[in-house]
Design a protein around this ligand. Structure first.
Ligand code: GTP
Ligand code: MG
Length: 584
């Protein structure tokens, strides 16, 4: 199944490839450990995983990153400005309250700065000199948060310096810009890495996510002083795209930790508490109150919806100042553990995130995923499919979850609500893969693999890294890695799955054609850009309308015929542009 190796072009220097009029192959550049892989890593934002260099620097554990970010966020404030501001004077003004560690500016319904002080006390000092505004005809609720509004006493002398302020970008590129960048890339590998670079969360966007969570924590702390509000999901697992939602959960477990001290001596002291019939009702009551608080007191929290009857009750709202769509749940430790697992998988090999981002963008471009809940595949499921696919390569690019569990030591042991969530938390103890396949090959083979997957009888299981018989008849079965009796894609309908399969086959076909078309004319949308065009979907639906043999069947047959002929071919063809075989 996996390609045996890379071909002739991979051994040619870049300049030699150019002089031969070939699109230089980044196959050379995609191998882990090469100079280019290091350059690409340097280009990657620390916002995503902050795990350092792949081979040399020790990679940080997820818990270390979380702790560090949370602590940074608690020392930070958000300040809204008038348009005219002198950065220098602004920083000087703030430093009255203590030294500033770092800051950045961004726009979202006005100009904002996130300022991180070196010490937490500086925040209290700033709050102590801040007044509650008097609003004339309206009344203000005097809630003292870490969000401020800065007014100028004398605007005229600030004008000259304000233009120097550089604003951090918080949005993904437009489709037009993306297509331009992709078409300017030098190879399909380069395209996948470009897409990753453009869409991944920036350092500033990541900081803003942790900061927003800590603002919500301040509100919840009014009722539960020792609580934590923790971000999880794509904001923290390394797979977040600029613009993705902010998933958070209210962690009340910290509160229980003090009980140890109270058991000393002959007495056992307990709080008097209110009893409710179930955990679910307790969750609903807590979220209901926090939802009210966000609605009534939370600066910039708008459109608060309490969705308490969902399988997993939540409060959904928009946070205006950050521009994030937020989902708040409670005690969702398993989801945080899933985030940690994805973080580890994403940090183990630089190809993982590049492939996941491209597949997610591809799925979005063809409306396979949606921000509205429904019968579609979710980004979480797509990520699991990519991980599973990478576990199936030969040699595997990613280890199975069972293998990660076998590496765990005593301090990694983790059981949540009776589910064993143990796996090794120190990334540096996991041996890197010896697989050197290119992103181009992996992308093509991903589409082929799932274009031909026996979804009707098999389940996807990253714990064991192999297909298993489906335990229940849902069209798509992806085993929940920790709550193993659950299917994370139970919502996906047969028609949505079929659409996925059709598009996967069509995309594999386009990539096969690309290889034969080499080199593409410069003005054509090629490679990944061609896959992101909605026309792929149109071809499928047109074929269906004409009641021809379904496009997916035609593509499947064509792919099979190509596969059987290419298995006898050498890895390079006459013009030297074919570099990989498709056969194992
Ligand atoms: P985005 O689409 O970028 O928001 O990706 P995401 O990974 O954040 O997905 P989403 O916001 O839908 O869910 C947040 C997190 O909840 C995921 O990362 C998972 O950890 C968890 N999660 C989502 N869906 C499921 C599910 O069906 N089952 C389980 N067990 N966990 C889920
Ligand atoms: Mg999310």
């Amino acid at each position: 199944m996996a390609a045996r190796g890379v071909g002739l072009l991979t051994h040619l220097p870049l300049r030699a490839q150019r002089s031969q009029g070939l699109r230089p192959s980044l196959r050379l550049l995609s191998c882990p450990g090469t100079v280019a892989a290091d350059v690409r890593k340097e280009e990657q934002s620390s916002g995503s995983a902050e795990t350092g260099s792949e081979d040399k620097t020790p990679k940080k554990r997820f818990s270390e990153v979380q702790k560090e970010r949370r602590e940074q966020a608690q020392r930070s404030v958000l300040i809204h400005f008038p348009n005219k501001i002198s950065e220098k004077k602004f920083l000087k003004y703030l430093s009255q309250h203590g030294p500033v560690n770092n800051h950045f500016f961004y726009e979202s319904f006005g100009l904002y700065a996130v300022v991180e002080f070196c010490q937490k006390e500086s925040v209290a000092s700033l709050q102590s000199v801040t007044r509650t505004p008097s609003l004339g005809t309206e009344a203000a609720i005097p809630f003292r948060s870490r969000c401020f509004h800065l007014k100028l006493k004398n605007a005229s002398n600030q004008t000259a310096e304000q233009s120097c302020i550089s604003r951090s970008n918080q949005s993904p590129p437009s489709s037009k810009k993306l297509f331009e960048l992709l078409c300017d890339a030098e190879s399909i590998d380069d395209q996948l890495n470009t897409l990753l670079k453009e869409f991944q969360l920036t350092e500033e966007n990541t900081k803003l996510r942790y900061f927003t969570s800590s603002l919500i924590e301040d509100i919840a702390a009014a009722y539960f002083p020792d609580c934590a509000v923790r971000p999880f999901g794509s904001s923290v697992n390394g797979f977040g795209k600029l613009g993705c939602d902010l998933d958070m959960f209210l962690d009340l477990d910290e509160i229980g930790k003090f009980s140890d001290h109270k058991t000393l001596g002959n007495f056992l002291m307990e709080f008097q508490v209110k009893n409710v019939p179930s955990e679910r009702i307790a969750t609903q009551k807590i979220l209901s109150v926090i939802g009210e608080c966000l609605d009534h007191f939370g600066p910039g929290c708008v459109g608060v919806q309490k969705i308490l009857n969902a399988r997993c009750p939540l409060v959904r709202f928009s946070h205006q100042a950050s521009g994030f769509q937020c989902d708040l749940t409670t005690n969702n430790r398993i989801a945080l553990k899933s985030s940690e697992l994805l973080y580890i998988y994403g940090a183990l090999d630089s190809r993982v995130r590049a492939l996941v981002f491209s597949i997610r963008c591809w799925a979005r471009a063809h409306s396979l995923t949606s921000s509205i809940p429904g019968a579609w595949i979710t980004n979480f499921s797509l990520t699991m499919m990519v991980i599973f696919f990478l576990q199936r390569r030969s040699p595997p690019i990613l280890p199975t979850l069972d293998y990660l569990k076998s590496l765990a030591d005593a301090e990694d042991k983790c059981v949540i609500e009776g589910h064993n969530c143990t796996f090794v938390c120190d990334l540096n103890r996991i041996k890197p893969s010896g697989n050197t396949e290119t992103l181009e090959l992996l992308l093509k083979e991903f589409f082929e693999y799932f274009g031909n997957f026996a979804f009707n009888k098999n389940s996807i299981n990253i714990r064991q890294g192999r297909e298993q018989n489906k335990p229940e008849p849902s069209p798509l079965h992806i085993q929940n890695p920790f709550e193993t009796s659950l299917n994370i894609s139970k919502n996906v309908s047969q028609s949505q799955l079929q659409k996925f399969v059709d598009l996967a086959r069509e995309s594999a076909w386009i990539l096969h054609q690309e290889v034969n078309d080499h080199p593409s004319p410069s003005n054509k949308l090629w490679g990944l850009a061609a896959l992101l065009l909605p026309s792929v979907a149109k071809n499928v639906s047109q074929a269906k309308r004409k009641k021809k043999k379904p496009a997916s069947e035609r593509v499947k047959n064509l792919l099979e015929s190509i596969k059987s002929s290419s298995s006898t071919e050498n890895s390079t063809n006459t013009n030297g542009t074919r570099t990989v075989t498709t056969q194992a």
